[in-house]
Design a binder for this molecule. Structure first.
Ligand code: AMP
Length: 417
């Protein structure tokens, strides 16, 4: 299944392409056609499933095909972070449209938000408190709203926004399409959804839990020290065959090159490679010619290599499903494997979602003796740092040269040429 098969029009597909999504997530596959059909939706889905794009894409399509004028879609979200994320998602997906989106939340200048609303956005993404404030001031007119979205309804309820939401609903036309998303469905949420949805289509996506044979650990690190930390991990953790994931083709290429420069036996696997180059990388990884394979999610989909001791997420994946797929490459059958994930402060939301699915907190680890305070000033260029031409103390990197030939070495020693 690809996005074009979901009846999305070219200007919307342009946005999908711009953000680099190739395959719709489960909720996108189910929700997009239903929303385009004008139906109400009751979506039971967590963050990390791709639910924002699942409603943003069809909303943009409906709005770009209809008559312009007034706020035609209102999205209500519990926190300003979520409101910003949703706004950002519309921005990222919307370059092919000229749909205007304005976020509305408290704690920042009201005058500026009022001015932005006067400029006539098509979509407003709002937190309940400030929205009600603007309604009371008569600074916002919701009488043209055609599509209403309630996102993270359970969180809104937990935060005590239910009365606010009921009041806001009084200002929105009753003839509208309503999309209601919640990660859980306690009784009060069910009652609320029943009262505002009209013959909804129920959509439920379960996030697949990662295999129990895999142990998980997070390695929090400042973004700029990621490559240094990875190198230190590869030196100090006894690993066998290691699959390393990055977020983009470029980062895969770059990281594989950097590791190669460090004399690791490494191959890259990413979508821009010719089929035979991909095959060589995979065959080499399988046969033991390469100890490390650096890959993107798409390229690694379905690869079946036994004996992968570690999956290292050099970049956090985008979704919980992607995390599950990635680490499904280790810990196959009865073997145990380790999933080690480098995380930066930006990854916190997804970490929480993954922990929810696992039903447990993931252990945070610090690599002993790694200099987490390594000043970026002394090492201005990540790639130079990685290439080991210098480090903070001006010492040579700790990497030991290993013999190139001779008897077969233990897995933990095999990775260096
Ligand atoms: P959400 O559940 O909406 O918070 O989305 C979680 C993450 O998934 C965001 O970083 C999105 O950019 C990403 N995402 C959404 N849809 C897709 C897709 N089809 N392919 C890859 N990543 C996606």
């Amino acid at each position: 299944m690809n996005f074009a098969q979901l009846s999305l029009i070219p200007c919307i597909l342009k946005g999908v392409e711009a953000v680099g999504y190739t395959t719709p997530t489960a909720i996108q596959e189910q929700a997009i056609p239903v929303i385009l059909d004008g139906r109400d939706v009751l979506g039971l889905a967590q963050t990390g499933t791709g639910k924002t794009a699942a409603f943003a894409l069809p909303i943009m399509q409906i709005l770009s095909l209809g008559n312009r004028g007034g706020i035609r879609s209102l999205i209500i979200a519990p926190t300003r972070e979520l409101a910003e994320q949703i706004t950002q998602m519309f921005g990222d997906l919307g370059p092919g449209t000229n749909i205007g989106v304005v976020p509305v939340y408290g704690g920042v200048s009201k005058a500026r938000q009022v001015a932005a609303i006067r400029r006539g956005p098509d979509v407003v993404v709002a937190c309940p408190g400030r929205l009600l404030d603007l309604i009371n001031d008569r600074s916002i007119d919701l009488s043209r709203v055609e599509i209403l979205v309630l996102d993270e309804a359970d969180n809104m309820c937990d935060m005590g926004f239910l009365p606010d939401i009921r009041r806001i609903l009084e200002y929105i036309p009753t003839r509208r399409q309503t999309l209601f998303f919640s990660a859980t469905m306690p009784e009060d949420i069910r009652v609320l959804s029943k009262s505002i949805l009209n013959d909804p289509v129920n959509i439920q996506v379960d996030v697949i839990a990662p295999a129990k044979t895999v142990s998980h650990a997070l390695y929090p690190v400042p973004f700029k020290l990621k490559k240094q930390l990875l190198l230190a991990m590869l030196q100090r953790i006894a690993t066998g065959r290691v699959l390393i994931f990055t977020r983009t083709k470029h980062r895969t290429r770059r990281l594989a090159l950097d590791l190669k420069n460090q004399k690791y036996r490494v191959a890259a696997l990413q979508g821009n490679m010719a089929q035979n180059a991909r095959q060589n990388a995979l065959d080499g990884f399988r046969s033991g010619k390469f100890d490390l394979l650096v890959a993107t999610d798409i390229a690694a989909r379905g690869i079946d290599v036994s004996g992968i001791s570690h999956v290292i997420n050099f970049d956090m994946p985008n979704t919980v499903d992607a995390y599950t797929h990635r680490i499904g490459r280790t810990g196959r059958a009865e073997h145990t494997g380790e999933a080690l994930t480098l995380t930066t402060s930006e990854d916190e939301g997804l970490v929480r979602s993954i922990e929810k699915v696992l039903g447990a907190r993931i252990e945070r680890r610090r690599l002993p003796d790694f200099d987490y305070g390594a000043p970026e000033t002394a090492t201005p260029n990540q790639d130079i740092r990685l290439n080991g031409t210098h480090n903070t103390q001006g010492r040579q990197p700790r990497i030991q040269a290993r013999p190139t030939s001779g008897t077969r070495r233990r897995p933990s020693q095999r990775r260096r040429r």
